[in-house]
Design a protein. Structure first.
Length: 271
């Protein structure tokens, strides 16, 4: 199924000003921030400026980064789409992703870059937000991880956890590809999905899991928890649960650590 065919199903014709009122991401290209980011970081922009990224896309720093030195970025299309699978300009998604990878490699040349996306879709005619994602505006995560981190260790833990939330044999359902964030609809059709990937040196690999039943659940913030547990050995919610942290369920020490980290990342990279 082409992204255009998928998009006709999921693109609800609403006025731009209504979308801006209901989707905080739609306002980011103009406002450069979100309420959650302002709450933690004040006037510091939520957006990052990475040379070469098309003006059709925006790059953000995650509100609660789970990566090396705060290097946890989000790539989002400015136009409201529910997933990267539904973005018409797939070549543009690919170009933006590669541009961000090249920019990060200038500062983290030996580190693998982990990627993931929870993509909403349809199961039995019902729209499902795969992964319990809080935001139905497409965005892919890109995280700089420590040297030696592997996709296999993350994949194994994720498949184990999916098997505990209604998925039948998830290990046999992952579709491997060399593409990241693009051509996902060719694999999933209109189904919700989770895609994980890793860029390590010249090697690029993704694994995509399509959800086919409403009984197949994906825990909210699943990949954030797994990265914190598997990669950083930090299983506590205070280390990865963005909603808890932005709502104040954390320590002053953690909040200051996040602010210092965000500032240091921007000073190091100039983004």
């Amino acid at each position: 199924m082409s992204t255009q065919e998928f998009d006709r199903r999921v693109d609800v014709p609403v006025k731009k000003e209504i979308l801006r009122e209901t989707c905080s991401f739609c306002a980011i290209p103009e406002l450069k921030t979100t309420p959650q980011y302002q709450e933690l970081y004040g006037d510091q922009p939520h957006t990052l400026t990475i040379p070469g990224v098309s003006k059709e896309f925006t790059v953000l720093q995650d509100v609660v980064p789970v990566a090396e030195e705060g290097a946890h970025l989000l790539l989002m299309p400015n136009k409201h789409r529910i997933s990267l699978a539904t973005v018409e300009d797939q070549a543009g998604v690919q170009e933006a992703m590669v541009t961000i990878v090249d920019a990060l490699r200038a500062f983290y040349p030996q580190n693998p870059i982990f990627t993931f996306e929870h993509g909403p879709g349809f199961v039995e005619g019902e729209q499902i937000a795969c992964g319990g994602c809080h935001m139905d505006h497409a965005h892919g995560h890109m995280l700089v991880l420590p040297e030696g981190s592997t996709l296999e260790s993350i994949r194994t833990k994720m498949e184990e956890d999916l098997s505990h939330t209604g998925w039948e044999n998830p290990a046999a359902r992952g579709v491997e590809s060399e593409a990241i964030f693009t051509n996902i609809a060719d694999i999933t059709g209109m189904s919700p999905y989770v895609q994980i990937g890793m860029i390590d040196g010249d090697h690029m690999q993704s694994v995509t899991y399509a959800q086919h039943k409403t009984s197949e659940n994906v825990e909210s913030q699943l990949l954030r928890r797994i990265i914190s547990q598997v990669v950083y050995d930090k299983p506590q919610r205070v280390d990865w649960h963005w909603r808890d942290i932005t709502e104040g369920f954390t320590t002053n020490e953690k909040l200051q650590q996040l602010r210092d980290q965000a500032k240091a990342f921007r000073q190091k990279t100039g983004f």
